[in-house]
Design a protein around this ligand. Sequence first.
Ligand code: GLU
Length: 320
Amino acid sequence: MAFTSAGKYVGRFAPSPTGPLHAGSLVAALASWLDARAARQGRGGRWLLRIEDIDTPRCSPESAQAILSQLSALQLLPDEAPLYQSQRSARYRQVLDRLMADGLAYPCACTRREIEQALTQSGRQHERHSEHVYPGTCRAGLNGRQARAWRFHTTRLQHSMPEEGFHASPCVTRDGVRWTDRRLGEQFQDVVATVGDFVLLRADGIWAYQLAVTTDDADQEITHIVRGEDLADNTPRQILLQKALGWPTPQYLHTPLVRGLDGEKLSKQHGAPPIDIARPLAALCSAAGVLGLPVPDHLRCGHLPDALAFWVQAWMHSAN
Ligand code: GLU
């Protein structure tokens, strides 16, 4: 992995409290903590914690508390009190209003069924992670119908971006978004074809992940995002929002996923067991192994702070 981080550094770990941390989410937590601590040597890297509890039906204060206790047992301690997304609705509203005023977002009245019908009629059958690529029905107006959700007008932004930035990274053109991940290398997504105009505020009144995460990363002045690889294909949408709002793009590093015996990504939905806080070092050793860090035998039976200090050094030395 290329673990470079120059200049000011603010990193973050942003779990959704839909359950306690498991072996998969710990990999992202440890990597982002190590990256910030490695950057801190001499330059003052900070590591923040954000509880992403906007999806209220799926999140619970008990899970948030469990995550805080687990991180504390693992000695992965944030530099500030956590930020809770559930307290940030007014700010998300402001950002949506700004996008609407700039003609980059619009209300949408379509039900899922209507979207499916429109896609079938046009001979398109786009579906991705059980989400449809929106056919753009409400772009020109609601036609007297009732607004249900608010969408980001992807095409409008892509067509208004100056082409001269083509060699820059990230780079937004008519074809899509190109960006460089510190571990995965150069990435490209044709956002219009693969995602379309995406949702910012859902029909059930819940702020969409893309809007909330992009706003929070900008407001918390996050310079380095380290998170699981399953989130990598959200990055182009977040870059589009950053461009639309004139916000800087952080550096990204997407960490390897942990898979269960069935080959599926470990997740709370798949019943991954919580990290056992009675044995924090064992959990950290497994996570370090997934990150490709050395785990010598003496570390396994030593002290937790020594192990963390060892991995900070190892992380720094894997930088290039
Ligand atoms: N809250 C998201 C999750 O737990 C992570 C968001 C992010 O790191 O951007 O999957």
